[in-house]
Design a protein around this ligand. Structure first.
Ligand code: ADE
Ligand code: ZN
Length: 322
């Protein structure tokens, strides 16, 4: 058996970022929206750097309107993830893209997404949980609306709160109100840090937002004290090697710090981030890690056990996935 055939647990997947380009292209066509600059000649997403990626991501997301379209998107994403052997996935859902931060509208989007997820679970045996996400460059005020949406719908499906977006804007601490509001509602916390921000962004995330997981976190490697701290606190990193390589953080998988972080005792997991943007899948991530570091079936099983342990779902769900 190839290691890529193993059942996989994914913790870091952006819902809009997982939209197949053909899906977005079709919606743009139906709505008469010109998205020609969003696509490459061969039908992929076109971007030149991280900030450009974020603007292309938003342009593509702009044609996703209404609960029904998010339901169809959910079906497409889960079909693709299941085909790659994913049995459990957490996706980042942004109220900013689902009703604009209005709790009533958000409930409608969420109901449609959950219904599609239940159907996919019955059909493909894949479980989805939602991590409600603020978009950092949209600012602290919008993050409060997003976390209120999260808090109002916290439960079996909505299990976490997080933040993505441009790490160059604002500080982690500027979002502490949103994270506290989510925590009070019983949600578990994660934030993007140490991707395009340096080690200080990771320090801020653990000190100012008190998160138990970090999206990416790979630039922690630049600060040995931080690596020790992450290991001591047992913070789990949602590492997305293929995303990091395509966005130019590291030239290739061999140069990626995931192995060194793991050797230093940091809890690492593997995810795809925005798979069609980065020409990746969970199968491909596994194949590349096997090639780059010689990871064995035992290594990948341990990786999945770490991911399931750090998943935000309840213990009952974990038992059904394991
Ligand atoms: N939103 C979608 N993908 C992202 C990434 N890799 N970093 C920050 N925000 C994102
Ligand atoms: Zn991400």
């Amino acid at each position: 058996m190839s290691v890529a055939d193993l059942p996989k647990v994914e913790l870091h997947l952006h819902h809009e970022g997982a939209a197949p380009p053909a899906f977005i292209k079709q919606l743009a066509h139906e709505k008469n929206v010109d998205l020609s600059k969003v696509f490459t000649a061969d039908g992929g997403y076109a971007f030149e750097n991280f900030v450009h990626f974020l603007s292309v991501y938003e342009a593509a997301s702009s044609v996703l309107t209404g609960p029904e379209e998010f339901a169809r998107l959910t079906t497409a994403i889960l079909e693709e993830s299941a085909a790659n052997g994913v049995v459990y996935t957490e996706s980042f859902l942004s109220p900013d893209f689902c009703g604009g931060g209005d709790v009533g509208a958000w409930r409608e989007y969420l109901a449609a997404i959950e219904e599609a997820a239940s159907a996919a679970e019955a059909k493909h045996g894949i479980t989805l949980r939602g991590v409600i996400t603020a978009v950092r460059h949209f600012g602290p005020e919008k993050s409060r609306a997003s976390s209120l949406c999260a808090a109002e719908t916290a439960g079996d499906f909505v299990t976490g709160f997080g933040m993505g977006g441009d790490e160059g804007q604002f500080s982690q601490g500027a979002f502490s109100y949103a994270f506290e509001q989510a925590k009070e509602a019983g949600l578990r916390l994660t934030t993007h840090a140490g991707e395009f921000g340096g080690p200080e962004s990771v320090w801020d995330a653990i000190k100012d937002l008190n998160v138990e997981r970090i999206g990416h976190g790979v630039r922690a490697m630049e600060d040995p004290d931080l690596v020790k701290e992450l290991a001591a606190r047992q913070v789990t990193l949602e590492v997305c090697p293929g995303s990091n390589v395509v966005l130019g953080l590291f030239p290739d998988f061999v140069s990626h710090p995931i192995q060194k972080l793991r050797d230093a005792g940091v809890k690492v997991t593997v995810s795809t981030d925005d798979p069609p943007f980065f020409h990746t899948t969970m199968r491909r991530e596994y194949e590349e890690l096997e090639k780059a570091f010689g990871w064995t079936e035992e290594d990948f099983r341990a990786l999945n056990a770490t991911a399931l342990d750090a998943a935000f779902c309840d213990a009952e769900t974990k038992k059904t996935v394991a």
